[in-house]
Structure formats: structure tokens, C-alpha cells
Design a protein around this ligand. Structure first.
Ligand SMILES: CCCCC/C=C/CC(=O)SCCNC(=O)CCNC(=O)[C@H](O)C(C)(C)COP(=O)(O)OP(=O)(O)OC[C@H]1O[C@@H](n2cnc3c(N)ncnc32)[C@H](O)[C@@H]1OP(=O)(O)O
Length: 374
């Protein structure tokens, strides 16, 4: 029995684990004991929670008392992963330990690999020639906060320059991403609501620009339902693989908003005006198969074999000549880059007006007053 002792947190590593990569999991566990630097309480709690979720599944112990701070923090961390499958938790555990160990790499002059950057709401790893950017707020269906937009811009910037061959975006837990975090528009900051809308517009413009200008093959692994801005930017990906239970929903008019992510141009181009209008104007939620028929999704896989089939394929892609891939992608995308930037500017300008509208404010209040979900 190995015990990795963190003050107040003990991980006893016994018992059989589900799934095929017990060896990876055990290796990660062993590597945990070699860490030289304390990764901090936030990361330690995440390690603890992922370990429990991977080995025992959803939290099944009674909630500790309020004054039992350490055990309550551990309980909350584990509980927050209740929608994460054991297989997913095990993968995240392995990914997180790898990123911590690679951050400590050999003490040499070269900076630690970009993939080692620890983000608050993302899990970014580089392995087998693939940089994976994983939305990592499963307890909030991977909704994107303002800071998360900045982290995603940063992660894409580094992925575009690191030594990986392709970049993959996917989600933790049972959702791919539920789009913009609607809390982004609730607190009115200093400078008032106009400044908030303008600043959000600038942030969104840079966020979408990061996709337009991304230099390498960018692949979405849509592991569950996708909403809003996580759907609209799919038109800027090179390949979109989806599990059969995934859905794609852009509830803009319901929220008093308007399309972003260049979808006002890419969706009609991909699927025709009428089908694009059903999604972007009339809030039609489509299944993975329907999205594939529309051309938004490249291929749909059975839920049971999705992860293994897709990652086997992606690892094969990552063995291809990197410069040929990047330069061919740029050839395909360069013709429309100017147009896409102009569309992004126009969409952001419209959204700034929408965010200041009564329609939008009322729609967001409705959401938080627990009106029927979208
Ligand atoms: C810089 C600014 C850029 C802005 C760019 C604009 C983009 C446009 C968009 O993205 S529009 C789309 C926005 N997204 C939504 O409107 C989705 C809202 N969420 C829902 O409808 C539902 O939560 C759901 C369908 C995604 C999932 O429903 P389910 O019943 O399965 O789960 P819960 O509702 O209980 O969700 C679990 C907790 O997660 C919180 N949450 C989920 N999505 C969001 C979100 N987008 N924003 C904020 N919070 C979200 C939900 O509130 C629950 O939290 P709780 O456990 O604390 O209650």
C-alpha cells in the first residue's frame, strides 16, 4: 500500500481499478511521490478528488461538519466530480500528474514545457505529439468564465508554438461545454454596464481571433452536449468528432443575443441559410447525427467506443509530418482569414448592443430564477 502524505490528506492506493490503463494510473501514483515542489492545496485537492472518483466513483460518504475544514474541503472536491465517469477521472488524474511532473522536469536552463502550465479551469497536456486543451469545470458543465476565455486564448497561443503536431479541444465530465458562463453578465463592475459590455466584446474578439489564426490542425472531441460559443467556433475547427449522445445548441434569440464565433458566416456556408437559421435564429438543438448531416460534425462515434476510437485516430494523425500538416491547413484557411476577421468584428459589435438590451438582461435573469432550462 502506497501512501502519498499531504497534510490532512492521505491517499491509500489499494484495490483494483476499472478500465484498461491501470498501469498508467499506478505509474502516475508512483510519480506523485516523486514531486519535489508542493503543488498547492487547490491542485492537491484536485488530485485527491480525481483519485477517489477514479477508484471509488461518486462521493458516497456523509458530508463532514462545517468545522471539519480539511475533510469538508476534501469532501467538496470529491463531490464536485460526481458527474465525471471513473474512466474520465482516471484519465484526468494521469494527465494532471504528468503535467506536474513535467513541470518539474530536469533542472536545466530551458523553461518547463508549455504543456506544464497549470490553469485554473483547463487541463492542458502535451503527449504523443498532441496538445490537449480540456475544459475543466465539470461541476458547471464547463461553462466559460471570463478568466477561462483568457486561459483558452493563452492555451491556444502556446499550443500554436509548442512542439505538438495537432491540437485537440475536449471537455471534462458529461458535457463538452455549456457555452458562456451566464454569471459573466450578472455582477456590474466599476465603470458600469457599458464598460462591461465593451470589455467583454474585446475579450470575445480576441478569443475568436485565436481560432481564426490558429496555425496547426485543430480538432474538437465533442464528448457530450455543446452549447453557445462552444458550438459556433466549431466552424473554425479543421475536424469535429462527436460522441453519438452529444447535442449542439445555439440558443441565441432565447437569450436575447446574436451569433458569434464567425457562425453568422460559417454556418450558412457549411449547412445552407435555412438550416443555419434554424440553429442561429430559432434555437434548434441538433443531435450529433443531425450535426454530421449538416456538415458541422465530421464523424459520429458510438458512446461506448468514442474515446478509444477517436484517440487511436488522433495519435495516428500526430505521427504525420508536422510542417506539411500546418502549411496545408494554412493554405486551406488563408483564403478566408480576412473575411473571418471582418465577420468577427461585426458579430462582436452586434453582441455589445445585445448585451445592453432589456431582452438579454431579462433572459439571463430568467435562467437564474430557475425558469425552464434551455
Ligand atoms: C466574454 C463574453 C463572451 C460571450 C460570448 C457569448 C456566447 C453565447 C453563449 O454561449 S449562449 C449559451 C450560454 N449557455 C447557456 O445558456 C446554458 C445555460 N445552462 C443550461 O441551460 C443548463 O445548465 C444545461 C442545459 C447546460 C445543463 O442542465 P442540467 O440540468 O444538466 O445541469 P444544471 O443546469 O443543473 O447545471 C449544473 C450547474 O452548472 C451551472 N451551469 C450550467 N451551464 C451554465 C452556464 N452556461 N452559465 C452558468 N452556470 C451554468 C448550473 O447553474 C448548475 O449550477 P448549480 O449546481 O450551482 O446550480
Amino acid at each position: 500500500m502506497n501512501v502519498f502524505r499531504i497534510p490532512g490528506v492521505q491517499l491509500h492506493t489499494t484495490g483494483a481499478l476499472m478500465g484498461a490503463s491501470v498501469e498508467d494510473f499506478n505509474n502516475a501514483k508512483a510519480q506523485l511521490g516523486t514531486l519535489k515542489k508542493d503543488p498547492g492545496n487547490h491542485v492537491k485537492l484536485k488530485i485527491y478528488a480525481l483519485f477517489k472518483q477514479a477508484t471509488q466513483g461518486p462521493c458516497n460518504t456523509p458530508k463532514p461538519g462545517m468545522l471539519d475544514f480539511v475533510n469538508k474541503a476534501k469532501w467538496d472536491a470529491w463531490k464536485s466530480l460526481e458527474s465525471v465517469s471513473q474512466e474520465e477521472a482516471r484519465q484526468q488524474y494521469v494527465d494532471l500528474i504528468k503535467s506536474l511532473v513535467s513541470a518539474e522536469g530536469p533542472a536545466v536552463a530551458t523553461p518547463p514545457p508549455e504543456s506544464a502550465q497549470a490553469f485554473q479551469s483547463l487541463l492542458v497536456t502535451t503527449e504523443d505529439g498532441i496538445t490537449t486543451i480540456r475544459f475543466n469545470r465539470p461541476e458547471k458543465k464547463n461553462a466559460i468564465t471570463l478568466d477561462m476565455y483568457k486561459e483558452l486564448i493563452d492555451a491556444l497561443h502556446h499550443a500554436g508554438k509548442d512542439d505538438s503536431v495537432i491540437t485537440v479541444m475536449t471537455g471534462s465530465g458529461d458535457f463538452y461545454c455549456s457555452g458562456n458562463d451566464l454569471n459573466n453578465f450578472t455582477g456590474i463592475p466599476q465603470g458600469g454596464i457599458e464598460k462591461m459590455a465593451k470589455d467583454s466584446g474585446e475579450l470575445l474578439k480576441h478569443y475568436v481571433k485565436a481560432y481564426i489564426d490558429f496555425p496547426k490542425p485543430l480538432i474538437a472531441v465533442v464528448n457530450g452536449p455543446a452549447l453557445g460559443v462552444s458550438v459556433t467556433v466549431l466552424g473554425l475547427f479543421d475536424v469535429v468528432y462527436a460522441t453519438e449522445s452529444a447535442t449542439f445548441h445555439t440558443p441565441f434569440s432565447q437569450l436575447g443575443q446574436s451569433p458569434e464565433g464567425c457562425s453568422s458566416y460559417t454556418f450558412p456556408k457549411i449547412m445552407g441559410n435555412a438550416k443555419a437559421s434554424e440553429m442561429l435564429l430559432f434555437n434548434k438543438k441538433v443531435t450529433a447525427t443531425e450535426a454530421c448531416n449538416l456538415g458541422l460534425v465530421t464523424e459520429v462515434f458510438p458512446d461506448g467506443s468514442f474515446q478509444s476510437e477517436v484517440w487511436t485516430r488522433l495519435k495516428a494523425y500526430a505521427k504525420l509530418p508536422p510542417k506539411s500538416l500546418a502549411l496545408s491547413k494554412q493554405l486551406i484557411r488563408s483564403k478566408e482569414k480576412e473575411k473571418l476577421h471582418a465577420v468577427n468584428d461585426a458579430e462582436v459589435e452586434r453582441l455589445i448592443e445585445r448585451w445592453l438590451s432589456d431582452e438579454c438582461m431579462q433572459a439571463i435573469m430568467n435562467f437564474f430564477q430557475a425558469k425552464p432550462k434551455l
